[in-house]
Design a protein around this ligand. Sequence first.
Ligand code: 4NP
Length: 147
Amino acid sequence: MPAGNVLMVCLGNICRSPLAHGIFETLSQDFNIKVDSAGTANYHSGGQPDKRSQATALNHGIDISKQRARQFTVNDFDAFDYIYVMDRSNLRDVLALARTEKDRKKVALLLGHDEVEDPYYGGPEGFKIVYKKIDNACREIIEQWKN
Ligand code: 4NP
């Protein structure tokens, strides 16, 4: 798999995809690529990542406080090579905007067959689990790029 621009997508772009954005950006520093994140919904557009995501990232030395939420748009299919979504609902919503087979092929669940579940309504433990799942998946992708 060749290296390419990566977009991380969840629903609100304040909990899961900002973590994925920060983690992937940190891990991919040897590659000359663009990393960003977006939400399928616009409820939080312009907002900072959830405080719990910020704290969880900072526990691992990653500062995501400068990120601002934005909504996924059809133009993202042109700007990114890989569009990783967190759950099947995100997958449905992003694929609904795909114009071509080429667009569709860029979209995949970050965990392959499993989902990164929404931690928004739960406690801090959910964010730790989300972090671990995302971090593992990002490392696997980077490993594939190196081969
Ligand atoms: P995210 O989490 O999709 O991981 O950013 C959510 C954040 C906010 C809401 C839902 C999910 N919300 O309904 O406001």
